[in-house]
Design a binder for this molecule. Structure first.
Ligand SMILES: Nc1ncnc2c1ncn2[C@@H]1O[C@H](COP(=O)(O)OP(=O)(O)OP(=O)(O)O)[C@@H](O)[C@H]1O
Ligand SMILES: O=P(O)(O)OC[C@H]1O[C@H](OP(=O)(O)OP(=O)(O)O)[C@H](O)[C@@H]1O
Ligand SMILES: O=C(O)c1cccnc1
Ligand SMILES: [Mg+2]
Length: 555
C-alpha cells in the first residue's frame, strides 16, 4: 500500500504481496470464457457476481472474512502484460482471432466496482462477502484469483479465532507454523491471517518484515544438544545489568547457583544431578541474551534437569540484575508439567527471595490444537503462552473453505443457479446486506434485500424470511441497522474506502467476535446465526426459480 505524504494510506493500492498473483494465476476456463464472451460480443455486458460461502468451517457457526486487501490490490493492478498475452496465444486454439488478444491487452478494472464487508468481519453463509460489478469479461476473470485469495485466508483466520476463543483472552498465542505450512505462500498467508484472527505474534521473520507482525521465538532442542560441556564456552564474562561491575565467569556462577539449589531440602526432592551439557547450553544462551533468556527445558528431562538448570541460570542472571523470561515445554503432559513448573518457580521464589520468579512465563508447544487447549482448560494448567503450528496453519481439521463466485445479475436481469441441493441454489439480484442488532446490542440476523429496496431502519418491524423455507420467518425490530458493505474499488477514487491497516483489521475482528452471542461461537453444537431475505427478495427468488426450472413430465 502506498503511503501518502500526510502518512495516511493512499486510495490506490500497491501490487499484491505475492508476485505470483498475476492475471494468469487463474483457471484456463476463465480464459476460454473470456474469448467466447468476446466472440459473442458479450464482453461488455454489465455483470454482478457475488463471492460467498455456503457452510462455516470446522463444524462451527461463524467464519472470519479475510483476504480482501489482496483482492483489491489484485483488481487495482489487473492487466495482461505482453508476455502474458504471448503465453495465452500458445494455450488457446489457433482459430482464436487476433482481435481478442489486442482487446485483452487493454482490459483492466477501471470500470469495475467492488463492494465488500470489511476484512476481519464475522460472516455467515450465503451473505455475499464481496460483490463485483463490471463488464462481464473482466468481472468473470477475477473469479479464481479472488477465491484463492479469500478461501485460505478466511479459513486460517477462522481457525486462529477459534483457537483464541478456547485459549481465552489473557493467554499469549504464538503462531509457529511456517515449517509445516503448505509451502512458502501458505506460511506467509498463515502468519498474516492468524494475526488477524487473534494470534499475538509469529515465528515467521519474513511475515514480520512484510506486515509488521510482532516476531517471537525461543530456541530448539538442537541448540541444547549441540553443547557437550562447559569447556566449549570461551567468552564467559557478563557485565552487571546496571553497568559497573563485570562478572568474569558467568558459567561458574550458574554452577554455583545450581549447587545452592541442590542444598535446599525443599528443592532436593525434585532433582539430584542435572545434565551438565544442558546447563552449559542454557548458560551460553543467557550470555547471548541476558535480557531475554528463555529456555526449552525438555531435551533431557523436564523436572530432573531442564527446570533446575533453567532456574540456576535465571538466578545467576538475577544476581547480576537481569530478569529471565521463562521456559518452553515441548513434550509430555503439558498440564502436569506446567503445574509442576509453576510450583517449582514459586518454591525458588520463596527459598531465595526473588520477587516475581513464581510468575516467569511458561510457553507450551507440541501438536496443540483446539481440543488440546480445551482439555488443558478442563484439567487445569499454568501455561501463559501457546506456540501452535501444524494444526493451526494446515487447518488440519478442515483443509478448505468453499467460497464460490456466482453470477447474480446480467444487464439488470437477475440470474439464478438451480440445484437439486437447495444449499447450492444461488440468491439472485444485485443485493444490499445489513446486520440487524437486538435489544442488548447483539447481532440478531443478517438481512439481504434487493439493491433498489428501501433500507431497513432501526425501530421498524421487519419480517425476515429464510431464503428458501417458507415457514421459517420472524419479525425483528432492530435497535441498530448496520450496512454490511463498503465500496473498496470504483472508477471514481472519491468513492473508494481506504483500506485499513492490519492492526485495524485485527481490532475489527476482535470486536466483532466479542459482540457475538457466545452460543454462536462455542465449539460443541453451536447455534446457527440467522441469515434472511426481505419479503420482496423472497418472492422474487421463488418466482425466478419457478420460471427457470423446467417442468417435468411423468410417463
Ligand atoms: N494434558 C494434556 N491433555 C491433553 N493433551 C495433551 C496434554 N498434554 C499434552 N497433550 C497433547 O498430547 C500429545 C502428546 O504428544 P506425544 O504423545 O507425541 O508425546 P510427546 O510428549 O510429544 O513425546 P515426544 O517426547 O516424542 O515429543 C500432543 O499432541 C500434546 O499437545
Ligand atoms: O507442534 P506444532 O504445533 O507444529 O508447533 C511447532 C513445533 O515445531 C517445533 O518442533 P518440531 O515439530 O519441528 O520438532 P519436535 O516435535 O521433534 O520438537 C516446535 O518445537 C514445535 O513442537
Ligand atoms: O520459537 C520457537 O520456539 C519455535 C518456532 C518455530 C517452531 N517451533 C518453535
Ligand atoms: Mg513436533
Amino acid at each position: 500500500m502506498e503511503e501518502e505524504e500526510d502518512g495516511r494510506r493512499s486510495s490506490y493500492p500497491g501490487p499484491p504481496t505475492d508476485p505470483m498473483v498475476t492475471a494468469l494465476l487463474t483457471d484456463m476456463y476463465q480464459i476460454t470464457m473470456a474469448y467466447a464472451y468476446w466472440k459473442a460480443g458479450k464482453h461488455n455486458d454489465r455483470a454482478v457476481f457475488d463471492l460467498f460461502h455456503r457452510k462455516n468451517p470446522f463444524g462451527g457457526e461463524y467464519t472470519v472474512f479475510a483476504g480482501l486487501e489482496e483482492c483489491i490490490r489484485f483488481a487495482a493492478n489487473f492487466r495482461f502484460k505482453k508476455d502474458d498475452i504471448s503465453f495465452l496465444r500458445t494455450v488457446l486454439p489457433p482459430t482464436c482471432e487476433e482481435g481478442f488478444f489486442s482487446y485483452l491487452a487493454s482490459v483492466d478494472c477501471s470500470d469495475v466496482e467492488i463492494l465488500a464487508m470489511p476484512e476481519g468481519s464475522v460472516v455467515f453463509p450465503r451473505v455475499p462477502l464481496i460483490r463485483v460489478e463490471g463488464p462481464l469479461l473482466v468481472a468473470q476473470l477475477l473469479e479464481t484469483t479472488f477465491l484463492t485469495l479469500v478461501n485460505y485466508a478466511s479459513l486460517v483466520a477462522t481457525n486462529a479465532a477459534r483457537h483464541r476463543c478456547v485459549a481465552g483472552k489473557d493467554k499469549m498465542l504464538l503462531e509457529f507454523g511456517l515449517r509445516r505450512a503448505q509451502g512458502p505462500d501458505g506460511g506467509i498467508s498463515a502468519s498474516k491471517y492468524c494475526y488477524i484472527g487473534g494470534f499475538d505474534a509469529t515465528s515467521n521473520v519474513e511475515a514480520g518484515r512484510l506486515f509488521g507482525i510482532p516476531v517471537r521465538g525461543t530456541h530448539s532442542h538442537a541448540f541444547v544438544s549441540s553443547f557437550m560441556g562447559f569447556d566449549e564456552i570461551i567468552k564467559r564474562s557478563l557485565p552487571h545489568a546496571k553497568g559497573g561491575k563485570i562478572c568474569e565467569d558467568f558459567v561458574h556462577l550458574t554452577q554455583l547457583w545450581l549447587r545452592r539449589m541442590q542444598d535446599k531440602p525443599s528443592l532436593r526432592s525434585y532433582f539430584h544431578e542435572t545434565n551438565p551439557s544442558e546447563l552449559a547450553a542454557f548458560s551460553s544462551y543467557a550470555l547471548a541474551f541476558p535480557t531475554a533468556f528463555q529456555a526449552l527445558v525438555d531435551t533431557y528431562d523436564v523436572l530432573r534437569s531442564g527446570l533446575p538448570n533453567f532456574c540456576a541460570v535465571a538466578l545467576a542472571l538475577h544476581e547480576l540484575g537481569y530478569k529471565a523470561l521463562g521456559i518452553r515445554l515441548d513434550s509430555g503432559d503439558l498440564s502436569y508439567f506446567s503445574i509442576e513448573t509453576r510450583k517449582f518457580f514459586r518454591l525458588v521464589e520463596k527459598e531465595f527471595g526473588v520477587a516475581g520468579f513464581g510468575k516467569l512465563v511458561i510457553v507450551a508447544s507440541n501438536d496443540i490444537n483446539e481440543a488440546t487447549l480445551d482439555a488443558l482448560n478442563k484439567q487445569g494448567h499454568e501455561v501463559d503462552a501457546f506456540g501452535i503450528g501444524t494444526h493451526l496453519v494446515t487447518c488440519f481439521s478442515q483443509p478448505a473453505l468453499g467460497c464460490v463466485y456466482k453470477l447474480v445479475e446480467i444487464n439488470g436481469h437477475p440470474r439464478i443457479k438451480l440445484s437439486e441441493d437447495v444449499n447450492k441454489v444461488t440468491i439472485p439480484c444485485k443485493k444490499n446486506c445489513f446486520r440487524l442488532y437486538g435489544r442488548e446490542g447483539v447481532p440478531l440476523v443478517d438481512l439481504m434485500i434487493g439493491e433498489n429496496e428501501v433500507q431497513p431502519q432501526p425501530g421498524e418491524r421487519i419480517l425476515c424470511h429464510h431464503p428458501f423455507v417458507e415457514s421459517k420467518r420472524a419479525y425483528v425490530v432492530p435497535t441498530r441497522v448496520e450496512p454490511l458493505y463498503k465500496c473498496y474499488w470504483a472508477a471514481k477514487p472519491v468513492r473508494r474506502e481506504k483500506l485499513p491497516s492490519l492492526e485495524e483489521v485485527k481490532k475489527h475482528c476482535m470486536e466483532q467476535i466479542s459482540a457475538m452471542r457466545s452460543d454462536h461461537l462455542r465449539a460443541l453444537n453451536p447455534t446457527p446465526f440467522k441469515v434472511s431475505v426481505s419479503g420482496n427478495l423472497y418472492d422474487f427468488i421463488h418466482h425466478l426459480w419457478l420460471s427457470e426450472a423446467p417442468v417435468g413430465e411423468l410417463q
